[in-house]
Design a protein around this ligand. Sequence first.
Ligand code: GLY
Length: 588
Amino acid sequence: MHGVFSRIILGLGLILALGLNLQTAALGQEPAILSSGDIHHPQIGRFGMVASQQILASQIGAEVLAAGGNAVDAAVATSFALAVVLPRAGNLGGGGFMLVYLAEEKRTIAIDYREMAPAAASRDMYLDADGNVSRERILASLKSSGVPGTVAGLHYAHSKYGKLPWARLLAPAIELARDGFIVSRFMSDGLKRSARRLRRSPASVKLFFKPDGAAYEPGDKISFADLATTLEQIQKAGRRAFYRGRIARKIVATMRRGDGLITLEDLRNYRVVERPAVKGTYRGFEIVSMPPPSSGGIHVIQMLNILENFPLSQMAPGSADAIHVMAETMKLAFADRSKHLGDPDFYDVPVDWLLSKAYAKRLAATIDLARARPSSEIRPGTAAAPESPDTTQISVMDRFGNVVANTFTLNAAYGSAIAVDGAGFLLNNEMDDFVAKPGVPNFWGLVGDKANAIAPGKRPLSSMTPTIVFRDGAPYLATGSPGGSRIITTVLQQIVNLIDFKMGLADAVEYPRFHHQWLPDELRIEGGFSPDTLRELQARGHVIARKSVMGSLQTVQRRDGLLLGVSDSRRMTAGAVGLCRPRLARSC
Ligand code: GLY
């Protein structure tokens, strides 16, 4: 789908789609859900929809909806299934953020189950004798892991907001782990790409290579007996099994095999935090997203606030004008991220100031439409008050009107690549999302300062951006993506594609993307933009860097009484599954 040819077809189709949309806009009508100009088509459901990066997991979520579960039940079951069928990102040993809209209460809550630094962590723990950051220690050692939050987060979400029995939600994941499933090309390629890292952990070798040491090929069957046992223990004892019981002891035993820091006390002390979601508006839509310790919500809203000052709808998608103004906006937001964002339990993040329309207007006034400002000329603002990348997204809407956008991760693909001995799951390398040394870029190329310095019990700053968009007070969109720093700009571009460029949902997801994060000073682009657009951007001073695909949006949209589901084709095996009838887990 990502060859030059498909991009040309996409471009031609979008021109046609835009033509139709301009016509309908001129007539004062909304564009149809599927116009003949839409290239890509969404899944359509009537009574529920689940989109995730592995269609087997989406199917499990849809079956939970068909069994009478709500969106939280479906998200929890899908998450546990992803821990089996998408081990590069789905996880038990990582953490994440879940945004839940409760229809009855008309309220959105944000569940923070991000990893926490162990009690023995310290600010300079990744610096070697010369004061340089050890990439090995921060990304690929037992010291790379924060205390995992996933099991606590899913358990919390279910016990407060779920409907079906906990055991029912774990059962399909246990069955998949025990009986196995067919390895896709995507999974086989991913395992081969990370083979060198995975082979350094005997427990990972046992999990991800055949008994004779050979790699799994597409079409092979893979199963995870130890993971099935771990999931059964969680099914029986809930959060306790992971943070106090046998699984906790296995994690600590793995830590003691080397110089890992996580102790039984760290696990016992792990806590989930329910936080108020951050909110903003964009051209009449309400945007609700994840607050710190994720930077995602704040910066999506901040960028939309800046873009509101420009007539984006008059600029065609993919035009040099649109890309220029959006790239300049991205630089400003990422400069602020480097200074002002961190765990709010440790650092006073100036949320209101960053989200204010007045500050956005001041930033918008600094954008020169004819010239790219070098990043060296841009500094973080001064507050009045003091993203393969691998992460994965689940978006769900149910028949009751509830919505979940859940993003969780191990950080890099397969996290630290170190598995817990005998427990069947990988550990995260989320400590790299802290600032190991001011000004030194992390795995995502992001820089930061003391707001995101390492401290015991602190949560590393994230870019995860689970987001719900409302229109006239009703949920309109649930979305999110993997991609580290690119998550924020991926979610942003989808919202602009829908609201400003009036694309159909699937085209808004598939449209080629770009990304700027202030430092390094380069405009990263996917394939699919026309050479004359790129020449025009270079003439304005942008340094263009051609990159592989960015992000993998998993989106559900409520529209005209239907639920539309789209799973980004950038990552194979992704898929949305809807409910055609109340008890039929099959899209219409
Ligand atoms: N580990 C990627 C993120 O949280 O942004």
